[in-house]
Design a protein around this ligand. Structure first.
Ligand code: SF4
Ligand code: SF4
Length: 381
């Protein structure tokens, strides 16, 4: 059977923009059924793929900006269609040709990243200010870099994650460097928004800064920085060992490097982030750490590991508005409350931001605290 492509040029443009496996789709619809959007509203992934095959895409549709790149559909697709690549390709066509409008809040974040090196538009010279109260005696010549991510570096609600991480690294006796104003955003949301040129330029600048500082190993707090550095910068010539902080700390905890003095008497549910879990297969390390902290009772949420429920922040969505009754993070908070958790533990700054925002809308008498895994280590020391 010959596939009909009324607007072949548009379909070809998408293929060139990265939607290489578009033709594999045989329209079974499993992607639509597995997409978390359909828990809160209708989002017909299968139909978008079909329109892309035919080259009849409505580039003005807000649906093209919904995908959080959570990867749930990709792992279920029986034909190996890289659905995320197709979504990114459509955004890339919009970004590069100006065919349609980029959502205002996302455009602002990208403009900020291009100008100030961070999505919040904060001054680059203040990027390392989070570390000031710690009086770190980090070794400026250490080949290990702690890269905090833009959100813990600047966002007042999340700075505590960068500080707890530095504190824990210090306690473990790790020599590490921070590059402060010499680093830029990793560019992950820029790439998901379709701006390949800006992503490549950020990657080049960061690779140069890391190399000039003699960095060999990078420790990160964000699964998005992890994914970019490990899987994307490496294709652009970077040659660094990249570890998410839970990967670095789990063996140290097992070796007894931390002398826990306090009991953390809390029921803790761990939320797997899409980019640590589904994209990179890292499930056990955060759980091993939590189980080693005295007093913690680890409980599991209904959707875990490769079946985790997205917080809604990937794919550039962290910079876009999501209607109040359409937030996946609200569903996750409810799951944490339902299992009776005192703490919803995370290992991703986007998840933390989304859950903190969601909590504002919960008026339950019983609530849940949002904490990074590393903060819970600190509490036990
Ligand atoms: S699951 Fe895969 S094959 Fe099925 S409709 Fe979606 S993209 Fe096509
Ligand atoms: S990657 Fe996630 S959000 Fe995007 S279409 Fe697939 S299931 Fe939906």
């Amino acid at each position: 059977m010959v596939a009909l492509t009324p607007f072949k040029e548009a379909a070809d443009m998408l293929m060139e923009a990265g939607a290489e496996k578009l033709d594999n789709c045989y329209q079974c619809g499993l992607c639509t059924g597995s997409c978390p959007w359909n828990q809160v509203r209708s989002f017909l992934v299968r139909r978008i793929i079909h329109q892309a095959q035919l080259g009849v895409i409505d580039f003005e549709s807000e649906d093209l900006w919904l995908c959080t790149t959570c990867r749930n559909c990709v792992q279920r697709c029986p034909r190996g269609v890289e659905i995320i690549d197709i979504m990114k390709a459509m955004r890339r066509v919009i970004t590069e040709t100006g065919t349609a409008k980029i959502p205002d809040s996302l455009r602002l974040a990208i403009t900020n990243i291009a100008g100030a090196g961070n999505p919040l538009g904060e001054p680059p010279e203040q990027r390392g200010d989070w570390a000031a109260p710690l009086r770190l005696k980090h070794k400026a010549d250490s080949s290990t870099l702690y890269f905090s991510c833009c959100i813990p570096a600047y966002e007042p609600k999340v700075k505590r994650v960068a500080r707890a991480t530095a504190q824990v690294l210090k306690t473990s006796g790790t020599d590490f460097n921070i590059l402060a104003s010499r680093e830029n955003c990793c560019g992950e949301s820029v790439r998901k928004a379709g701006d390949e040129n800006l992503f490549n330029s950020l990657a080049e600048k960061n690779i140069k800064a890391f190399s000039e500082a003699g960095i060999k190993q990078i420790l990160v707090s964000s699964p998005h920085c992890y994914h970019s550095f490990k899987n994307e910068y490496s294709k652009l010539g970077a040659d660094f060992e990249v570890l998410h902080i839970v990967q670095y700390l789990a063996p140290l905890v097992s070796e007894g490097k931390f002398k826990f003095k306090k009991e953390v008497k809390k029921k803790v549910a761990y939320h797997d982030s899409c980019y640590l879990a589904r994209h990179n297969g890292i499930y056990d390390e955060p759980r091993r750490i939590l189980e080693s902290i005295p007093g913690i009772e680890l409980v599991e949420l209904p959707d875990v590991k490769e079946n985790t429920l997205c917080c809604g922040g990937g794919g550039g969505r962290i910079w876009m508005d999501t209607k109040k009754d359409e937030r996946f993070s609200d569903l996750r908070i409810q799951q944490a409350l339902d299992v009776g958790a005192d703490v919803l533990a995370v290992s991703c700054p986007y998840c933390m931001l989304n859950f903190e925002d969601s909590l504002l809308g919960f008026s339950n008498t019983k609530t849940v605290e949002i904490k990074d895994v590393v903060e819970l280590i600190c509490e036990g020391l």
